[in-house]
Design a protein. Structure first.
Length: 380
């Protein structure tokens, strides 16, 4: 661990409340999707899978990988919810890669996080290289529990793995009627401003504010486009809507494939995003006692031992009512802006609720080949 903790050590096991069991699983139906969803390849046939069937398939595959039953249930639900909510780059598409990291030993499927130290509302945990999305969900849940007691809760988690969709934990806090703040460092995959080789992490940052009629959830990488988004644009054969990085000649480009090749993505806000990435990395490692980006293997199948921070703020229903009123005022003022042409002014997370409802009604869109692969992983 990095440095001495600023609070007294203690040992215990992380709260392991898993979601309730899903209802009876209907058989999958294979209705072809006539037009692709955002983030999915335009030349790939899609099928619609009932949400509970998708969860059950993933759960079965995770059990075969050696997950404990409650961890398999939780991880499967988080993967399925990510795709359900339209974040196709970080949902079931990432499942095979996660399975590969279990097989190569980067993820310990039976590991349980332990509390290393704590002082009041601040706690430090060791993820024991366990499943990233499971560790992250339970860390935010612990932060929520601390906030219920102190008004604010912070869990700093070291020695964990890729959390998949960071927004999941923002929604988790907002669903508990709390503000949520969380971030993670990553392997070095982002050049600093003025540099040509990656020495920063893409270090996703999530900010969430509760609202009864739809939470505001911002989930951003430190590059203008995440590598998952670059892949999605490339698979659809589309240029990026704005500059996303540099090509082989060192020129700004909207070609996603060129940026994937050079690995020279542009930080958000140029030098500002580069600075923010560095500070998130430092603060996360210092609070958790974990690794810096510089110490994380620069290999997507060996990216392990990352550092994360989870903060929840808010303690009672009165806070929720105040948050509702503030969010409504902010959104009303946001939408008072004049718009350019056919542009729309949206708040972060606005489209998620509509996409979620549509996918729950019609089924979760999954590429046919990927679904076959998942079924094979579930049944052997």
């Amino acid at each position: 661990m990095r440095g001495a903790p600023p609070f007294a050590p203690a040992e215990c096991a992380l709260h392991h409340g898993a979601p309730s069991r899903q209802p009876a699983i209907p058989r999958c139906y294979s209705r072809i999707v006539s037009s692709p969803s955002p983030g999915l390849s335009q030349d790939t046939q899609l099928i619609r899978i009932p949400f509970v069937r998708l969860v059950e398939c993933l759960r079965s595959a995770l059990l075969r990988l050696g997950f404990e039953a409650d961890d398999a249930e939780l991880s499967a639900r988080l993967f399925a919810e990510t795709t359900r909510d339209g974040v196709y780059t970080h949902g079931v598409r990432r499942f095979s890669r996660m399975a590969a990291t279990v097989r190569n030993g980067s993820i310990n499927p039976t590991a349980r996080p332990t509390r290393v130290a704590g002082f009041g509302a601040l706690e430090r945990w060791d993820g024991q290289l366990g499943p990233g999305n499971v560790n992250a969900w339970r860390s935010m849940q612990r932060a929520i529990e601390l906030a219920s007691q102190f008004g604010i809760g912070c869990v700093a988690l070291a020695n964990t793995n890729h959390w998949m969709r960071g927004g999941s934990y923002g929604w988790q806090a907002a669903d508990a009627r709390m503000i949520g703040i969380c971030w993670t460092n990553t392997m070095p995959n982002l050049p600093p401003w003025g540099g040509t080789t990656p020495t920063l992490g893409n270090n996703p940052l999530v900010l969430a504010v509760p609202r009864s009629s739809g939470a505001l959830v911002l989930d951003i990488a430190m590059s203008q486009f995440s590598y998952g988004a670059l892949e999605a644009y490339r698979l659809r054969g589309e240029p990026l809507p704005v500059i996303g990085g540099f090509d082989a000649e060192g020129q700004f480009t909207t070609d996603p494939g060129a940026i994937e090749t050079t690995k020279r993505a542009v930080p958000i806000g140029y030098w500002k995003g580069a600075g923010l990435s560095l500070m998130l990395d430092l603060i996360g490692a210092l609070l958790s006692g974990g690794k810096l980006t510089a110490e994380i293997p620069a290999d997507s199948l060996r990216e392990t031992g990352v550092s994360q921070v989870f903060v929840a703020i808010g303690s009672d229903e009165r806070f929720g009512r105040v948050a509702d009123a503030a969010a409504e005022d902010a959104i009303r003022f946001l939408r008072s802006s004049a718009v350019a042409g056919a542009a729309q002014v949206r708040y972060p997370g606005e489209q998620t609720v509509a996409i979620r409802a549509a996918n729950m009604q019609h089924g979760i869109p999954v590429e046919r080949a990927l679904w076959s692969e998942l079924e094979q992983m579930a049944t052997g």
